[in-house]
Write a protein that binds this ligand. Sequence first.
Ligand SMILES: [Zn+2]
Length: 503
Amino acid sequence: MNRSNILVALASVAIALSGQAAVAADKALLIENVTIVSPEQAQPLGNRHVLIRGERIVAVSDRPIPVGAGVRRLDGSGIFLTPGLTDAHVHVSQAIGLPFGSNDPQIAALERDFFAQQPRSYLYFGVTQVLDPSNTPERVAEFAAQRLHPDIYRCGAAPVVDGYPLVFVDESVRHTLFEDYIFEPANAREHPLPSGANPAEHTPEAVVARIAASGALCVKVFLEDGFGERSDWPTMSADTLRRVRIAAKEHGLFLAAHANALDMQRMAIEGDVDVIMHGVWNWNEHDAQRGMPQVIADHLRSVHERRIGYQATLRVLPGVTDLLKPKLLDDPVYAKVVPPRLLAWYRTDAAQWFKAEAFGPDVQAAAILERVHAANAHWSTSDKGMRALRHLYELGHPLLLGSDTPSAPTYGNQPGYDTYKEMQLMARAGIPLAAIFAAGTINNAKQLGLEADYGTVEPGKIANLLLLEANPLASVEAWARIEKVILRGEPIDRETLAANATE
Ligand SMILES: [Zn+2]
């Protein structure tokens, strides 16, 4: 160890010691007479007392817990204590709705506003844990550098050369922005290894090893040959997927797949992935069928039998079509989750670039909405996603919660608010409230391998909790009636997290 290393080591010991001392002395919280709603309990438990020390729950009792004078107390009479929500599919590095690669200082200022508010907006809607399934450690660290932020976890993205999502990134930078790409020999002729790259660094084994070393929980692959009618993007072969599967298992990572079309989800099942990160809403040649076509039922049965995690991500397509709603930005919740200057910018012509890209430059909103909702057109498929979700639920499958915020550069998806809207859509699909609750708490915690820390109100778990004015097992709207968010033992009044809060 050289001298500077020793200094660094000593400094971190000092930080660790002082951090622990501070926690023990002044961070204890007692919540009294509260009704606990926790997914391992069939019924809410009234008149409970919950003691938090430092960042963890240390006691839950049906009798008053004696504590010293220095412990902060919260009266829980008439309110509900739940675990904080986990949204297991968010993308925190996109400043929603802003153009990519702009040099305009005004846009840069709006980006800063967005990133400062983003973690608070998740918390505003009770999301105290997020998983970003395709991000780098550096960008995730930027999110976590804010003073108040949900606990964040990540997967490493392993796309193939020139494949999705790289097709949306400028060719000159796509393989430097996504360093952990896999060279797919089956596509070598049209999609060769980028010049200067070392083939040994882009095998499935090398890529998965790098992702594991970066501290990720999971590897994400992309089974996507094109949106809508398209099917010409290079994809991963079954053999490459098999090698990724083996390597991920060796490193203790779970394997997540982007796939939303029937044929692509079948590849995911054949490849033995752990989680499919979208609902099946592209039914290929069965798209126009009503009800539940037998092929979709069979597909969902194999998802269930193989215990594959399934995120419905019902908000993906409505998040885009919502841009056609003339009063979208007048929704009062937007002022709570979007910084004031950015909200004003969303109303400008410049902010309509993605709407024009998605629907054509001459946006006839009413006519398009009518068309997409009437026909089984590309953008109208959330209805199929809802039917599939309901069917999977009826098979007895444990559901997951993932909003895919933002699914596209659309200001129709907003942090936190979109998680709430995803839960509302699950309810509209006919999923009982207890199953939605389990999806956002214990099921997601288990899927991420983090059930020792999250998912229930029990001693030993991290104190990321919510105090709600209403029972979430009685109405899905309870998830928007948050009084306080408790973040690692620190109680925060919800309204102080709002984008328009006056501090
Ligand atoms: Zn996504």
